[in-house]
Design a protein around this ligand. Structure first.
Ligand code: PGA
Length: 236
């Protein structure tokens, strides 16, 4: 299974290094064979360890150049970063990235062979319009995206479930994931208020291949426990 931590705009460089070291140590000690990703703030990027794949939360679709405030491939290459998060709800709704700009980013990093975790999800008002309208909204987020890309992972994260403590019902997640699997055979993660106490229920659902965790992953200890839960499930 795929267990990913999105650290967002949290932790310092020193704390991030400690975090990754702790997770690496835990995974080794407990023989955890899950696919584990950590996405630190861009100022805290560092090389992947043997068990923890470090990815970037964002990057501009350019090798380098005049893009003030952004980082490009040159800055990722320094740390051997080959994994990127694209289309996260906060990039779409807080930063204001458009589908068009996400497509440009997707294509650029796809051409470099990056592993791409592409996020989709609906805001609350759309969910309240019913399943059909919601799926139409999410379908638009697939437009222009190569859903057959071999290094693609998709994350379904309802906007209203992110950082809110709210989650869809397990039936709702299964229903959405079933529809999304028809759009793309890529591994499909669930994200939105995943924590130690609920991760197992999500991971046992049909068509859930892993999770993307924000707030609850901020403590290495909690994130490690979640990786352990995933491992225990696979043993059954
Ligand atoms: P959350 O965030 O776990 O805090 O809800 C998830 C995400 O933003 O990927």
């Amino acid at each position: 299974m795929i267990i990913a931590a999105n650290l967002k705009t949290n932790l310092t460089r020193e704390k991030t290094a400690k975090y990754i070291k702790e997770v690496e140590h835990f995974l080794n000690q407990h023989n955890i064979s899950q696919e584990v990703f950590v996405f630190p703030a861009v100022s805290n990027l560092m090389s992947s360890t043997s068990k923890v794949v470090v990815g970037t939360q964002n990057a501009y679709p350019a090798v380098n150049g005049a893009f003030t405030g952004e980082i490009g491939y040159e800055q990722l290459e320094e740390f051997g970063i080959k994994t990127i998060l694209i289309g996260h709800s906060e990039r779409r709704h807080v930063i204001g990235e458009t589908q068009e700009s996400l497509i440009a980013k997707f294509d650029f990093y796809k051409n470099l062979g990056f592993k791409i975790i592409y996020c989709v999800g609906e805001p609350l008002n759309v969910r309240e319009m019913g399943h059909k309208a919601m799926m139409e909204y999410i379908s638009k987020q697939y437009e222009g995206i190569d859903t057959a890309y071999e290094n693609l992972i998709i994350a379904y994260e309802p906007v209203w479930a992110i950082g809110s403590g709210l989650t869809p019902t397990l039936e709702d997640i299964e229903m959405v994931h079933k529809d999304l699997k028809i759009k793309s055979a890529a591994p499909l993660l669930y994200g939105g208020s995943v924590k130690v106490s609920n991760i197992t229920e999500f991971l046992t659902l049909d068509n859930v291949d892993g999770v993307l965790v924000g707030s609850a992953a901020l403590y290495a200890e909690h994130f490690c426990t979640m990786c352990e839960h995933a491992q225990n499930l696979e043993k059954k």
